[in-house]
Design a binder for this molecule. Structure first.
Ligand code: NDP
Ligand code: ZN
Length: 351
């Protein structure tokens, strides 16, 4: 079968591979709609996971089940399914401890385009199908449903990690698709003021639609002084990081009130250390918590997030700025994600 792969660091291309094997608990799925992720860009062009050879890329998909293992009870060939980017082993000790995304080791619940071939193949393998697939509700457009694989759950996890509460002032750093979903998640959790940081005008407009009350352009001056000016020197209750780099944490710690929490979902693709400024961290006693996490995956999460779309609480349509038709356009969509034209939020490929 054909797949679009990372051939090595900085190298991508089409390859031929054997059809994956379907174990008793697994499923084989044919993609219906897929999307590239900024994480694919970190993986290929920053070498964030180290070198990988001939690994099919992609971890965001809606698909059609073509085969299920003998022990799979809830899905059958022909079912249209949402496939989460993170597909944990649900019987692992890490999952039992509440950290399914780390089942089998740190980040090991993230299998597609990390430890095994991803979803940019003619077929892909899903472990623990009953635990990891969700039926696609018929009212959701498959192209929009792809946003449930990763963008919605990751952005929302940022709001969970930051523990956004009613009335909190929240800083969201980064308003690409992940940050925009963090803005939406913070608003749904009842945030009061939401400061959103980004420079692309389209993203700023969409951030306002999702509930941002002020936009901070990090290219116009540093984030710290802009937030401090707008909050009369008080800073914010919570912060979600969905963009920037290892140095962003220092800026965010500076604007966080004592007792505040940072929920980081940014994938730090490069840099050796995250530096926390000593004084602004209360000399180690400021009760400023930094929580960083990989999104939770699995079926229940997908079903619950899908219900937000079904019942009109969330629309992901504004994220889909570029739609491609045809499997062969996966390459163009990925390169677009790498180049980030200013009118891009998220490309999707309907296969
Ligand atoms: P984008 O590149 O589309 O968005 C990044 C945002 O950060 C943009 O708004 C950009 O602004 C802003 N930004 C860039 N540099 C800075 C800076 N120095 N200071 C402040 N803001 C800055 O990325 P995505 O939304 O697609 O993804 C965000 C991150 O989430 C990625 O690292 C991705 O790998 C990660 N991710 C994490 C997952 C998880 O489970 N934890 C899962 C999926 C993705 P501008 O308007 O100028 O472009
Ligand atoms: Zn991703």
């Amino acid at each position: 079968m054909k797949g679009f792969a990372m051939l090595g660091l900085n190298k991508i291309g089409w390859i031929e591979k054997e059809k994956p094997q379907c174990g008793p608990l697994d499923a084989l799925v044919q993609p219906v709609a897929v999307a590239p992720c900024t994480s694919d860009v970190h993986t290929v062009w920053e070498g964030a996971l180290g070198d990988r050879h001939d690994m099919i890329l992609g971890h965001e998909a809606v698909g059609k089940v073509v085969e299920v293992g003998s022990l799979v009870r809830c899905f059958k060939p022909g079912d249209k399914v949402i496939v989460p980017a993170i597909t944990p082993d649900w019987n692992s000790l890490e999952a039992q401890a509440g950290y399914s995304m780390h089942s089998g080791g740190m980040l090991a619940g993230w299998k597609f385009s990390n430890f095994k071939d991803g979803v940019f193949g003619e077929l892909f393998h899903v472990n623990d199908a009953d635990g990891n697939l969700a039926l696609l509700p018929p009212s959701i457009d498959p192209a929009e449903a792809v946003m449930l694989s990763d963008m919605v759950p990751t952005g929302f996890h940022g709001a969970e990690l930051a523990d956004v509460q009613y009335g909190d002032s929240v800083l969201v750093v980064g308003i690409g698709p992940v940050g925009l979903m963090a803005v939406a998640g913070a608003a749904l959790r009842g945030a009061g003021e939401i400061f959103a940081v980004g420079s692309r005008p389209l993203c700023a407009d969409v951030a306002r639609e999702y509930g941002a009350t002020a936009i901070i352009n990090y290219r116009d001056g540093d984030i710290v002084s802009q937030v401090m000016d707008r909050t009369k020197g008080k800073g914010v209750d919570k912060a979600i990081i969905a963009g920037g780099d290892v140095d962003t944490f220092a800026e965010v710690i500076r604007v966080l009130k004592p007792g505040g929490r940072i929920g980081n979902v940014n994938y730090l693709g490069s840099g050796d250390a995250v530096k926390i400024p000593r004084i602004e961290w209360g000399c180690g006693m400021g009760h400023k918590i930094v929580a960083g996490g990989l999104m939770p995956g699995g079926r229940l999460r997908m079903e619950k997030l899908a219900s937000l779309l079904v019942h009109g609480r969330l629309s992901v349509a504004p994220l889909l700025t570029h739609r491609f038709k045809g499997f062969e356009n996966i390459e163009s969509a990925l390169l677009m994600m790498k180049d980030k034209p200013r009118d891009l939020i998220k490309p999707v490929v309907v296969v």
